[in-house]
Design a binder for this molecule. Structure first.
Ligand SMILES: C[S@@+](CC[C@H](N)C(=O)[O-])C[C@H]1O[C@@H](n2cnc3c(N)ncnc32)[C@H](O)[C@@H]1O
Length: 367
């Protein structure tokens, strides 16, 4: 029975036998930056240290991972923070927050990791990591969502001569059919965020292209705004693939993944169903809640600003410290994967500060 894409996706991914709920977990089917390399976690650990400093080293520093998969990021982050220790107290610029007082417990002792996931808690997760189904309120610290928003179910529309209409999908076959006209909220979103490209028609002037598809971002805007609303003070960070208004894909980006392969997006629970995120619209929705400027940069730039260069170690190291050289080379090659503009490096990093000045979180290159 044909239904709107948003309902079909919701059931296929998060229903009782849903792909993300009942299956082996995202890592069994595709790679994200989290799975790709500890270099990614190390960069997030550095960001967490910046958040801690901006908040004045609170007694409890929340790290909330929304759409946590099987908890891989939090488990790795805990390790990285334990290994990284406290931020250096020297070398801060004027106006930057002071270092922790000597009596402040170390970051590793103050951090409170919470995974927000629809899937059940994995057996072997460190006990220290909380596991909940809804985003907790009153977060003071870092809320992070890596490749979450692209899996928030959304509707798909098609442009007809009479305006935008929903596309319906048969969940068993993936066959699409034309549905009713979009409602007024979705119409307004499409008008603002996914303008139909004009086409010359019969010499009468620019007319919108008929047959163009659009993925309606209202559900993702709402999801992100809700997430930001749960942060009292700190930083909300979304990392995802997406596009801006000027470059929306004409045919949309809806697709499927299974066993490491891209497959047709049949919403029958057997594969991931995902679509790129209209990230500028999501950013605007978060800003309306936080009332604080956001920054939006590519992962490549964000990671470099956090000290992940991807440059090869000097050859001289190979003779001085062969094992260190091999380690540095491996780190450089995974950093290169994370910053590759045609891959993970092209992902967007949306940083939404809440209740703190934006300055500490503005991505900037480090010499
Ligand atoms: C593509 S996976 C990303 C996993 C992990 N963050 C990573 O980057 O490897 C998306 C995850 O988000 C979870 N998810 C989606 N919507 C959610 C929601 N509203 N609440 C909790 N988890 C959600 C899914 O169950 C799935 O595990």
């Amino acid at each position: 029975m044909p239904m709107r894409w948003r309902d079909a996706m919701d059931r296929a991914l998060y229903g009782p036998d849903g792909f993300f709920v009942a299956g082996a977990g995202p890592a069994a089917h595709f790679r994200t930056s989290v799975h790709a390399s500890p270099v990614f976690t190390a960069a997030l650990a550095r960001l967490l240290i910046e958040v801690d400093a901006a908040l004045g080293h609170p007694a409890r520093l929340d790290v909330v991972d929304v759409g946590a998969g099987r908890g891989e990021l939090l488990a790795a982050l805990l390790q990285a923070v334990g290994a990284a220790g406290e931020p250096p107290s020297s070398g801060r610029g004027p106006g930057e927050p002071a270092g922790p007082s000597p009596s402040t417990p170390p970051l590793a002792a103050r951090v409170r990791p919470i995974a927000v996931e629809k899937a059940p808690r994995p057996d072997r997760l460190p006990r220290r990591i909380g596991w909940v189904g809804e985003i907790p309120t009153g977060i003071v610290g870092l809320l992070v969502a890596t490749e979450w928003l692209d899996n928030v179910p959304l509707d798909v529309a098609v442009r007809t001569a009479g305006g935008w209409r929903y596309l319906l999908v048969d969940p068993t076959t993936g066959m699409e059919s034309l549905g009713p006209p979009v409602d007024s909220a979705d119409h307004d979103w499409l008008h603002r965020w996914w303008p139909a490209p004009p086409a010359e028609a019969d010499g009468t002037g620019p007319e919108p292209v008929t047959g163009a598809r659009a993925e309606i971002g209202t559900s993702r805007d709402h999801a992100w705004a809700q997430a930001v609303r749960h942060v009292d003070r700190g930083l909300a960070l979304a990392v995802d693939y997406g596009h801006l208004t000027a470059e929306r894909p004409l045919g949309g980006s809806l697709t499927g993944y299974r066993d490491g392969r891209q497959v047709p997006p049949v919403p029958d629970g057997s594969c991931d169903v995902t679509a790129h995120v209209a990230i500028d619209s999501v950013a605007a929705a978060g800003q309306r809640v936080a009332r604080c400027a956001y920054t939006l940069v590519r992962q490549r730039e964000a990671l470099r600003a956090l000290g992940t260069g991807g440059t090869r170690p000097p050859l001289g190291l190979a003779t001085r410290d062969p094992a260190g050289y091999v380690r540095a080379l491996a780190a450089a090659s995974t950093a290169a994967e994370l910053t590759d503009p045609a891959g993970f490096g092209g992902h967007w990093w949306l940083r939404q500060p809440v209740g703190v000045g934006p300055a500490p979180f503005v991505a900037r290159w480090r010499a």
